[in-house]
Ligand binder design. Sequence first.
Ligand code: AP5
Ligand code: MG
Length: 248
Amino acid sequence: MNLIIFGPPGAGKGTQSNNIINNFNLKQVSTGDLLRSEIKTQTDLGKKIKSIINNGELVSDDVVNTLIRKIISDPKNFNRLIFDGYPRTISQAFSLEKLLKEFNQKISIVFNLKVDKDVVSKRVNGRVICIRCLKIFNVYLNPPNSKNHKCEKKYLEKRTDDNSKTILNRYETYVAESKPILDYYNKKEGLLFEIDGNQKIAEIYDKIKGILENISDWHYVCFLYKFPWKNLTSLIYGSYSRYQYPSR
Ligand code: AP5
Ligand code: MG
């Protein structure tokens, strides 16, 4: 099953994606993380991306869609992706649907983490990330300690776009460009799940887990229902008869 985790900056998309991949056999695709790796390559494209991210604007759909195509086309990722921070524009949503169709897949769930603007800014200002294990913490709300983090402290860093000025731009970009996507997914029956993202990390995860477990059970029932039992029976019976009565 493929799913989208949607919400404003600092909503907890990365935090919840991490929780999900630890318990379900899914793979997280964060376009933010992919773009930050591109910055590290120091190419012209990387430099351009850095300036866009630090201004709180969106990188072009073409660049992002190309990164996503590479991931969806990889057979190892078949039907097990969590899209974190993608799609972010209507055009990206269309492109995702087209790409998934091309590779015989679809989106099963969209989680929308609803978080108030003032909560977002506190979360983003306190965020630190381990550049080694990629775990996300918060110096005020979810501080790293010897129990929840095994890497050395020197690996903990702040993101360059996590400052009061950029966060305002990021939030405005979200409202103008990304939020309208919700209408698009809302029109697709049974796809969109609204989650109160102002709650504690564990409470939010419990809700997500409950929904995912229900959907997984439902997918299993559908699989059993749609499975070509008739073909399997004749296949087994066919091999059995060949074994009993080998052709001469
Ligand atoms: P991206 O990296 O995706 O940033 P974002 O969308 O702004 O979201 P964040 O990563 O800031 O927040 P999050 O929701 O993951 O929250 P987290 O779990 O870390 O994108 C960065 C930039 O890249 C964009 O601005 C854009 O320029 C570009 N970009 C990316 N994708 C793009 C695309 N598709 N198209 C074009 N451009 C693109 O949590 C935040 C903090 O809160 C942490 O400290 C965490 O510990 C804490 N926290 C989380 N949940 C809770 C909770 N429930 N209670 C208390 N604290 C919590
Ligand atoms: Mg994130």
